[in-house]
Design a protein around this ligand. Structure first.
Ligand SMILES: NC(=O)c1ccc[n+]([C@@H]2O[C@H](COP(=O)([O-])OP(=O)(O)OC[C@H]3O[C@@H](n4cnc5c(N)ncnc54)[C@H](OP(=O)(O)O)[C@@H]3O)[C@@H](O)[C@H]2O)c1
Length: 276
């Protein structure tokens, strides 16, 4: 996968909100795409003015007009409005265009029903750390998307995230781990810093100790390729402090609570998908 996958392609963002902005910023900062090749549409003119003046991209208020001038469409509106957006842009979409959705819970089948079954569609589950260039994105498709479409979708997110491709039936589980995951980690950081405050540390120091520890441990896990259990054993000396703490965590059911959390989020995502 190379950033050249997007060279010369005209990318249209439908919805110029927070997620769209994070992706656009990443594309421009990494020079994967020129500002003139990006167009964003939105219902809020002031938002479009901001995007144009901050990033030098093109803007339009009409989604169908944006579709006409784009090779790749990024669907980045909230789930509540996506139905009407699909109805509006459906007639302007054909199999020359790749549609990449970041809309939570919107299945490839639901998109194909609105856009036409021949449409090349890739569904994604991103998470909010894309705002700081450390996101995680799961990609899936089961329609007529081609290998080069996956490459283009990977190139879209590469400046701000790690990327995995999975089967679409596993997208709810990906949401349960990485989509909702930042909230679990924020809770852990807060709880660890509460522990530090209880033991006498100033709040801001406790927060920094906790947050950097999660960041550093996650990086070790990703970069060493070692199993987290092995990394845990490496810092757990016989009769020491860490094993005393781990015993408390096991007694408190932390491991089981995290498994339950992922299961609950996955089930809720499945439910919302059925309702939507
Ligand atoms: N997995 C995750 O962790 C995760 C995280 C964030 C987002 N997402 C998904 O990403 C999508 C975008 O989220 P976001 O946080 O970027 O939302 P956002 O900031 O609300 O951005 C959506 C933008 O689309 C605009 N909009 C509304 N109706 C529109 C229409 N008909 N045509 C064009 N634009 C329209 C909104 O304007 P108004 O504000 O005036 O409505 C807003 O500026 C959502 O579907 C969400 O599910 C997933």
């Amino acid at each position: 996968m190379t950033k050249d996958a997007l060279a010369g392609r005209r990318i249209g963002f439908i919805g110029a909100g927070n997620m769209a902005e994070a992706i656009i910023r990443g594309l421009l900062e990494s020079a994967a795409v020129k500002p003139g090749h990006i167009t964003a549409s939105d219902v809020m003119p002031e938002r479009l003015n901001y995007m144009q003046s901050t990033y030098g991209i093109n803007t339009l208020e009409d989604n169908a007009e944006l579709v006409g001038g784009a090779d790749i469409l990024v669907l980045a509106v909230k789930p509540q409005v996506v139905g009407s957006v699909l109805t509006h842009i459906g007639p302007s979409t054909d199999d020359t265009k790749l549609v990449i959705s970041i809309v939570a819970g919107l299945t490839v089948a639901a998109m194909a029903a609105g856009l036409g079954t021949g449409t090349r569609i890739i569904r994604t589950v991103p998470n909010t750390p894309v705002f700081v260039g450390e996101g995680m994105v799961a990609l899936a498709s089961d329609g007529p998307a081609r290998d080069e479409d996956y490459t283009a979708a990977e190139a879209l997110f590469a400046p701000v995230a790690r990327i995995v491709s999975i089967e679409e039936k596993l997208m709810d589980a990906a949401l349960g781990v990485s989509g909702s995951g930042p909230a679990y980690v924020f809770l852990m950081i807060e709880a660890l810093s509460d522990g530090g405050v209880k033991m006498g540390l100033p709040r801001h120091i406790a927060l920094e100790l906790a947050a950097q520890t999660l960041l550093g441990a996650a990086k070790m896990c990703l970069e060493s390729g070692r199993h987290p259990g092995q990394l845990k054993d490496m810092v757990t000396s016989p009769g020491g402090t860490t094993i005393a703490a781990l015993h408390k965590m096991e007694a408190g059911g932390v491991r089981s609570a995290l498994i339950d959390a992922v299961e609950a989020a996955t089930r809720r995502s499945e439910e919302l998908g059925r309702l939507g």
